[in-house]
Write a protein that binds this ligand. Sequence first.
Ligand code: BMA
Length: 335
Amino acid sequence: MRHFETRLKSNDNTYKELFLRYPNNPILTAKDWPYAVNSVFNPAATVFNDKILLLARVEDRRGFSHFTKAVSDDGVTNWQIDKCPTLEANPDYPEEAWGIEDPRISRIDELNRWAVVYTSFSRSGPTVSLALTKDFVNFEKMGSIMPPEDKDAALFPKKFKNKWILIHRPIGTHIGNVARLGPGAHIWVSCSSDLKYWGDHSILINARSGGWWDANKVGLCSQPLETPEGWLILYHGVKRTASGSIYRLGLALLDLENPWKVLHRGDEWIFGPEESYEREGDVRDVVFPCGWVLDKPSGKVKMYYGGADTCIALATASVSDLLEYIKSCPAPKDQ
Ligand code: BMA
């Protein structure tokens, strides 16, 4: 059965988990915050001034979110958390009426800036917005770059054929949950020469259907990770069950030079809610990374994720294991 052969085997013939949870998870909770908040979750992650910087989604007790940065030398302990929100919704921007959520950060060397792509929650639903920063103190908001409903977006850190590429997840139909199940919510790519006007839209990773763990709804998690073998894509799949939705993670590998081409896609999820901080919280059964950071000397990637929309947790994987696994998976049939 090929299904199980795609999993990596340990020496003792048991199946090896690709990501290992940090034993003292969660690493950050609302109790760690210097001001009163409901929850901290779904952080973006990058390296800034040789430290690991998280831009956490912080939900206040109105239910609206903003971002606060937390910085640490080792990316595990001694987080220095800003004393007040780092980036907030602008009340004058209609697209940010109900807050800003789920940032993803890409370092753009060509612009000498970091791009923060995030969900802004407008009265018409979620839209994709972009801000640029040099220092994570001052942010240049570029506004909404995709109309609602659209979210789960990140930029590739460089241009391809002179175009920037955005990964995002539009939802075409918008008449309640039942209609959404119709065509499904798929991951798309769009191109731009100026980060403002976007076109050349095409589907990158489609949601599967029926009983699959990633049926009907998928979305990008962390920003694309460049490896010599291609761009590693971590995405979430949402399985609807009688007791609610389960958010789990899968992997795909994109062509290094032509990242709109999927080389491999795993059939199985590689990480899902198991621990209590992933299973119980404001939203049950959710693991939701918005960032990961590669440590080049060790070849390990630190994945930062929200647990149950309530806390921030950490899991680590070896990039060579991720690549070995994903290269053993089939090329998508519908491409
Ligand atoms: C998604 C996003 C995430 C959230 C997840 C589970 O649609 O809104 O921010 O973690 O749902 O609630």
